[in-house]
Design a protein around this ligand. Sequence first.
Ligand SMILES: C[S@@+](CC[C@H](N)C(=O)[O-])C[C@H]1O[C@@H](n2cnc3c(N)ncnc32)[C@H](O)[C@@H]1O
Length: 257
Amino acid sequence: MNAKGSNGGRLALVERFFEGTGPSYDFMVNAATLGIDRLWKRRLVDLIPPNPARVLDLACGTGISTLAIAKRHPGCELVGVELRSEYLELARAKLRRHARGNIELVLGRAEDYRSEQPFDCITSSYLAKYAELPLLCRNAHAMLRPNGVFLAHDFTYPPKAYLVRIWRLYFGILQHAGSRLFPSWREIYFGLPELIEQSPWVDDLQRALEQAGFVDIRRDDLTLYGSAIVSARKPDAPTEAPIRDSGSLAEDQAHHL
Ligand SMILES: C[S@@+](CC[C@H](N)C(=O)[O-])C[C@H]1O[C@@H](n2cnc3c(N)ncnc32)[C@H](O)[C@@H]1O
């Protein structure tokens, strides 16, 4: 399985994984990550610059991260973009119930979304491994204000053998117990580990960000290297050009347990 292929292949993979999972998504993302998804999302929201006027949440799904941003920054104008109408309708209902303020939800592919109004921050959670990253980064750069911040969170394949054993055990339990209890999640339980193992999204994203003109590109590894946040900043002025080669990205790694 490879989400790097054609756009049609990527979209088909997303459809195969997520079809029919909307109603149980919020429960599952929390249960399957033993509640750790909440900590990862809190970390993502912590990295949004203070007092943002406008934030874009790409692949907003059922609106978990969008709602977390709305609660942390009630005065902020928010746009959520999501590919699947099933998920977007759930986000709409959730945000209507729990959030006030200016929130727009858009049905579409994250890579294709454009806005004339600039954003202070662009976030995404669990999008990067499915996305056409060069296009995503070029459009993100065009839509951010100078000094605007790009944040992408997604699963990663652990780099150490003992962590890989824990990781496989965890997915094995989900595959054998979880798919009996939640048949609509079977495709994800079986397909996701292979996708995560094969996806070079962290390296590809860092390269695409650099090529799009971002600076301060940084990787934060989270919880036993099971996921990471890649962050980057749009330079303040055109003269503040990226001055690193891709090899220097490795110096900016951080790790948080
Ligand atoms: C695992 S869910 C994550 C949803 C939400 N970000 C969260 O963290 O709860 C992944 C979401 O990404 C969406 N998605 C995948 N590729 C996309 C794309 N290219 N553009 C927009 N949404 C996409 C899927 O439809 C799905 O709702």
